[in-house]
Design a protein around this ligand. Structure first.
Ligand SMILES: NC(=O)c1ccc[n+]([C@@H]2O[C@H](COP(=O)([O-])OP(=O)(O)OC[C@H]3O[C@@H](n4cnc5c(N)ncnc54)[C@H](OP(=O)(O)O)[C@@H]3O)[C@@H](O)[C@H]2O)c1
Length: 290
């Protein structure tokens, strides 16, 4: 579907790693008409795991170096512990021809910009932007932040913004915030799925058929999020509007507070942020060429 407000990308987009995040990013931009699948180049160790990409018209490879050579923008979308082997494969499979300058975009949780820049600086003219996306990009409701590296240009920033903002909210933040944002909006969808499941389970316990309970729990979370976004009211005010004195909702809120739900959610964001910092401290860049 072509969206008249977006300017299609003329170049080629590469993904090193064709998993969930790569799919979430590409689905959104293809659906909005920013790019076609035949402009997308994806690599991974097992071609059989890339057949879905191939079926959609993307170009698939088992050599990461080929994607780097072919694409203008390369999105690093492997798991953090896989990064050293992915980078090693990239350097091993680059052919001898000099590379044009490339823009790398890392969506990898935890790995600091400096570590990646150290590794990629041996590729002449390469620039880096660190991004923290989330999977709801797939349905056009993403929440993404990015931080440009030292060598990224204004044009690089504009291109990355145009790719990310067609699929939801996209904001520039200092790199120091990326781990915390990753915990909140990168991991956040998983936390919310768990809450939807728990709401539905509660409904089932009280006799609502499962399918109906899941539908109502989902619509309730969607509706509540829209109320916060569209009314601009403080969440406390919105909550008060639902809680009549001595009523059912305040009784439920009391049960939630007694269960420590607020502290548990805050703990989850703290734990995910600290895990991200720990991943970055592991020195993943004992990588080749560093
Ligand atoms: N998922 C999220 O919600 C989310 C949110 C924010 C950030 N992120 C970040 O996004 C990155 C990717 O996460 P994901 O959820 O997309 O993971 P994923 O679904 O496991 O995808 C990773 C992909 O990397 C491929 N791969 C493995 N070894 C490789 C190698 N040596 N070279 C190239 N590709 C290789 C895998 O291929 P095989 O399957 O064939 O092994 C797989 O397709 C992570 O660093 C994560 O921190 C994810």
């Amino acid at each position: 579907m072509q969206n008249s407000n977006v300017k299609p990308l003329s170049g080629k987009l590469g993904f090193i790693g064709g998993g969930n995040m790569a799919k979430a990013i590409s689905e959104g931009i293809v659906r909005k008409g920013l790019i076609r699948y035949n402009q997308i180049y994806v690599s991974g160790p097992r071609l059989e795991n890339l057949v879905e990409w191939q079926r959609k018209g993307a170009n698939v490879f088992s050599e990461n170096g080929t994607v780097v050579e072919e694409a203008d923008i390369i999105i690093l979308a492997v798991k953090p512990h896989i990064l050293p082997s992915a980078i090693a494969n990239m350097f091993d499979t680059l052919s001898q021809k000099p590379l044009k300058s490339k823009l790398f975009v890392s969506v990898i949780a935890g790995i600091p910009m400096q570590q990646l820049e150290n590794v990629l600086c041996s590729l002449e003219g390469c620039r880096l932007i660190r991004v923290m996306p989330n999977t709801p990009m797939m349905v056009g409701e993403g929440c993404t932040v990015f931080s440009p590296g030292q060598r990224a240009t204004e044009n690089d920033i504009e291109i990355v913004k145009s790719i990310l903002s067609v699929s939801g909210v996209c904001k520039q933040v200092p790199e120091s915030l990326i781990n915390a944002v990753g915990a909140l909006s990168g991991s956040g969808p998983a936390f919310v799925y768990l809450m939807i499941e728990a709401l539905a389970d509660g409904g089932v316990k009280m006799g609502i058929p499962r399918a109906m309970a899941v539908e109502f729990a989902t619509q309730t979370v969607l509706g509540a999020a829209k109320m916060v976004k569209e009314t601009g009211k403080h969440t406390g005010e919105l909550r008060d509007e639902v809680c009549s004195p001595g009523g059912t909702t305040i009784t439920g809120i009391h049960a939630l507070e007694r269960g420590g739900v607020r502290a548990a959610i805050m703990d989850a964001i703290e734990a995910a942020t600290l895990k991200s910092i720990e991943l970055g401290e592991k020195k993943h860049c004992t990588m080749k060429n560093n």
